[in-house]
Every structure is written in structure tokens, then in C-alpha cells.
Design a protein around this ligand. Structure first.
Ligand SMILES: Cc1ncc(COP(=O)(O)O)c(C=O)c1O
Length: 383
């Protein structure tokens, strides 16, 4: 257990709630979940499935109609051929992460992962006794890694590369050239790739590209995606992996051991999400785009702060210069003294030092208030 990590967002949320319990008003910029309701037609589909009696165990890999709908959606949006047999549906996308690492990585193996990056990657890799090998993302490259940096870190023990584009916490987006470079390394060195594409529909320009679409990559890539972010369904717990057919039995067996299956009525809600109107997704993205503009502008107006516009997801990752203080100390002070909850960049890895993560999954008013509190707090801390 000593090797298992956690997610800073949940810890900061708990502290913020405790302060609220003492009567303080806190502005929440720490949580990574859309502040929108799940669309009506999706809720109705779940209610209809419940009314029809879908209250039983189902197959571990998922219900066939749901696996088929996901296969069609993934194939259409990524330009890859996907069979329903390649899809494993899980309660949230998170299990795909742990299941893939458990299935392909042995104790002592090395796993390349982005730094900063979603903390659960490193946590699970360490937990099973494997070695995380951070690949630094650079602000100057809009938080994409340098493919040469990745290549240099590959050893005979490397088994898996974890990609995340659009990226949490930076909003960085890998270009087709970046993906081609990673694919070159993966093919040459016979590596697995776990491609976390949970933010693939939250992109502010251009189209989403998946490494799985590149020649030879389908057989060594697991795509992770789900409904939490795209359809504002975080609490439903619905996600999936798309894996080479040879790996699917392992993922399904892990699911049998851990959760048995994903709730059937929740899977039917997912079918409605994929096949129903997409205007809710578009409206949410338009609102995120508006907030992104406001947040980046406001942050860049604060002394000692610079912020690149994120290419995707709903996070800003500003560099915040407070001499003599770590980003953790800055984030703690902003919460305790100014009542604004943000995450330290180091909650995502050592390379996050000097940065804060703000989620803009909150209203323009709350964002304005939160950034005003930050400005006041930073002016005090920088004195
Ligand atoms: C990069 C990344 N991957 C995976 C997940 C997990 O998503 P889910 O809530 O569907 O398990 C998250 C959620 O915060 C995330 O940010």
C-alpha cells in the first residue's frame, strides 16, 4: 500500500469541503468534472432500461449492443477499423488504466509516462512493482514532449508508453508528427501503448488524432476513452478500452475479478449518448471555449503569471512565479487564506513545479471570483 499514490484533486476537494464546513466560502477550481447535467435523452434511456428490468449481472466485457455502438463511434471518429469484440466496457475509464498496466507490465518493467501527468498512471505502475519513467513535457512546446526525450529513455526493460492527448493537467495536444514519432519508437522497440483519449472530444481546434490509426499500431495500442467528460457523466461511471483482440480476454478477466461488470442500464445510457443528438456536447464545448478565453486572458494579466492557451480539455496550467515558495505551498496558501482551491503542478509530477492547475469546469462568475482571489493572494505572497 505504501507504493500506491492518489489524486491530489480528491484531497484538495476534501480540504475545501472541510473549510466550507467551518462556514468559509470557497471557489472550486480544483475539480476535473464538467459542471453540466447529463443530457435528458441519456437519463431517459437509463430510466427505460431500468423499467425494462436491466438490474442484473451482465457479461464482463460489456453488453453486445453497447460494445457495438462504441466500436462504431471509435471507428468513425478515429478512422480505424474496430470490431465490437475489441471493446471492454468498465465502470468509468479508470479501470482500463489499471487493467492494461496489470495485463502487459511485469514487476521490474519500465513504463514511460508524461510528467506532469494524470497521477494514477504512476501510482498503478509503482503499485505493481514496475518503474515509472517520466518523460518531461515542456511549456515551450505547448506541453508536448520532445520525441527525442522519449526515445532516449527507452531501455530493454521498457514495456509500455502512456500517452494522454488532450492532456490533463496542461491541455497539451500531441500533433500527428508527435504520434508518428512515438509509433516509430513503439514499433522499433516492440512496446505497448496506452493512449488515454478521455478528452478527445474537448478540443479547441483541429481534429483528434489517435495513434491507434497509424500503420501497425492497432495491434499494440489500447485506447482509453469514456463518457465522463464528453457527456458530463462522471458519476455514472462509464468508460471503455479498445484493445487488440488478443488482449481483450485478459482485460475482461481482470474485470471479472474486480467489478464483475458495468451496470447494464448505465451501458444503455451510453448507447443513447453515442447515438443520440450531440448538441449537448457542442454546447458544452462552446461554453468551455468561452471560459478558456477569459481564464487565459485574466491569468496573463496577473503579475508573475503566464499561461498558454490549452489546446484541449478544461484545464489551465499557468506558470506562477512566487520566489521562495513551492507550487504546493502557493496552492495551500491560496486555499487556506484566499479561499480558492487550485492544484499544485507537482500533484502531477516533479516537472509541474512552478505551475498551478485550474479547472474551468465552473461558471464564468465563479472563475472571475476565483482568479480575482488568486491575484490578491499572489500579490501578498510575492511581497
Ligand atoms: C487523463 C484522465 N484519464 C482518465 C480519467 C478517468 O476518467 P473516469 O472518470 O471515466 O474514470 C481522468 C479523470 O479525471 C483523466 O483526467
Amino acid at each position: 500500500m505504501a507504493r500506491l499514490g492518489t489524486e491530489g484533486a480528491f484531497e484538495v476537494l476534501a480540504r475545501a469541503r472541510a473549510l466550507e464546513g467551518q462556514g468559509r466560502r470557497i471557489v472550486h477550481l480544483e475539480i476535473g468534472e464538467p459542471d453540466f447535467q447529463t443530457a435528458r435523452h441519456i437519463k431517459d434511456a437509463a430510466a427505460a432500461a431500468l423499467a425494462q428490468g436491466m438490474t442484473h449481472y451482465g457479461p464482463s466485457a460489456g453488453l453486445l449492443p453497447a460494445r457495438e455502438a462504441i466500436a462504431r463511434d471509435v471507428a468513425r471518429r478515429r478512422g480505424v477499423a474496430v470490431d465490437a469484440e475489441q471493446v471492454v466496457i468498465t465502470p468509468g475509464a479508470k479501470p482500463i488504466l489499471a487493467f492494461t498496466i496489470l495485463a502487459v507490465v511485469d514487476e521490474g518493467d519500465e513504463v514511460l509516462l508524461p510528467d506532469p501527468g494524470f497521477p494514477i498512471y504512476e501510482s498503478v505502475v509503482r503499485y505493481i512493482g514496475a518503474q515509472p519513467v517520466p518523460v518531461p513535457l515542456s511549456e515551450a512546446r505547448d506541453f508536448r514532449f520532445d520525441p527525442d526525450e522519449l526515445r532516449r529513455r527507452v531501455t530493454p526493460r521498457t514495456r509500455l508508453v502512456i500517452l494522454n492527448s488532450p492532456h490533463n493537467p496542461t491541455g497539451g495536444v500531441l500533433t500527428p508528427e508527435d504520434l508518428a514519432a512515438v509509433a516509430g519508437v513503439a514499433l522499433e522497440r516492440d512496446l505497448w501503448v496506452l493512449s488515454d483519449e478521455i478528452y478527445s472530444r474537448l478540443l479547441y481546434s483541429g481534429e483528434h488524432h489517435s495513434i491507434a490509426a497509424l500503420p501497425g499500431m492497432g495491434e499494440r495500442t489500447v485506447i482509453l476513452d469514456g463518457f465522463s467528460k464528453t457527456y458530463a457523466m462522471t458519476g455514472w461511471r462509464l468508460g471503455y478500452g479498445v484493445a487488440p483482440a488478443t488482449l481483450v480476454p485478459a482485460l475482461a478477466r481482470l474485470q471479472t475479478n474486480v467489478t464483475s461488470c458495468t451496470a447494464g442500464f448505465v451501458q444503455m445510457a451510453g448507447v443513447a449518448a453515442l447515438e443520440g443528438p450531440q448538441d449537448g456536447v457542442e454546447a458544452m464545448l462552446a461554453e468551455f471555449r468561452r471560459r478558456r478565453g477569459m481564464v487565459v486572458r485574466a491569468l496573463n494579466g496577473i503579475e508573475g503569471v503566464r499561461c498558454r492557451p490549452p489546446g484541449g480539455a478544461f484545464y489551465a496550467f499557468p506558470h506562477v512565479d512566487v520566489p521562495g515558495m513551492t507550487s504546493k505551498a502557493v496552492a495551500d496558501a491560496l486555499l487556506d487564506e484566499d479561499g480558492v482551491a487550485v492544484l499544485a503542478g507537482t500533484a502531477f509530477g516533479a516537472q509541474g513545479e512552478g505551475f498551478l492547475r485550474l479547472s474551468f469546469a465552473n461558471s464564468l462568475d465563479e472563475l472571475g471570483e476565483g482568479i480575482a482571489r488568486m491575484e490578491k493572494g499572489l500579490a501578498r505572497l510575492r511581497r
